[in-house]
Ligand binder design. Sequence first.
Ligand code: ATP
Ligand code: MG
Length: 358
Amino acid sequence: MCPDAERDSLAACIQGDCLIFTEELLTPELVQILQSLLRNQEAWSDFPLILLTSKGEVNAFTQKRQHLREPLGNVVLLERPVRPETLVNVVQNAVRARARQYQIRDHIEQYRHAEEALRQSEKLAVAGRLASSIAHEINNPLESVTNLLYIMRSCDSIEQIDRYLKIAESELARVSEITTHTLQFYRQPSKPGPVVLTEILDSVLTLYHPRLVSAGISVEKKFDHVWSITGSSGELRQVFSNLIGNALDAMRNGGRLVLHARNSRDYSSGLKPGVRITIADTGTGVPAELKHKIFDPFFTTKGATGTGLGLWISSELIQKHGGRIQMKSKVSDSVPSGAVFSLFLPCQSNCVELKPAV
Ligand SMILES: Nc1ncnc2c1ncn2[C@@H]1O[C@H](COP(=O)(O)OP(=O)(O)OP(=O)(O)O)[C@@H](O)[C@H]1O
Ligand SMILES: [Mg+2]
């Protein structure tokens, strides 16, 4: 029971499980105070009120009281005189209903904690992904430098060694660029400039030469005199290095690697001019059920030797250059027919056609 109609006492009363009061106490002022207290209830709360009414017929006065208590919401009426067991039963039910509300409150609280924990673990996962992607980006140029040092050991011509040294320097510059960006905790775009994609493809092929030879893979190049595009040569080298590396992984027992470069237009985006590169191999191919997964982060079929980040990073870098990448592969009855990666990179400004080499 709440003997006092003061706001503070009422506020303390509705912290309990239910409130019982008599009809005589129900003045407009009390209704107003109760209403303002109940309006501030949490969404899970529907505080039970038990109102002891007086015996009698329905008349204008009782109707007025009914109208008065309407804003209070969850009110149970008990007509006096009330049998004690009836009152006990009604109070027990109200307390049980309130206990359910507290349970809902606890569930909501647990859900909030779980949501917060999930948000924290998602942040950690993103940080982990970022760290792996940086390690992946650094690993490729380092692998290139190792290959170059290996090739240089068996080189007799100073000119050739000089050429390989220049490639090694540019690969190390890429590592330093990545680490600088990592230290700044922000992957800044490498400064874009004019890029000739066929030159990058050639330099990546040079890096993979020892692997191509030892795996018995023949290379067919069909390079037209393509437009120079605007982009980051380091990032595009990263893309080609991963695509060619993947093709080699798929042809462990030898095969054919076909590279094609030509000027083209992107039919899906208003005939934008650009350069289309296709990298085709005669390797294991990609089964139909895996086609939609290969560009996802961490998807790999290479076990511990793959991170599954190569195609994900490549597609992000190509999108950053305003381009598109697609893959086609037909593997029927486990008979491999290789994979074809086709990418389109648009010319950002006026396309500059390169003069054919003389
Ligand atoms: N040319 C290809 N032929 C067959 N399967 C391929 C080819 N390219 C990609 N894949 C499949 O796509 C998966 C994802 O490739 P992705 O480059 O993203 O990662 P990865 O090569 O497995 O690992 P990482 O690039 O980190 O070394 C590969 O594991 C492979 O199953
Ligand atoms: Mg890869």
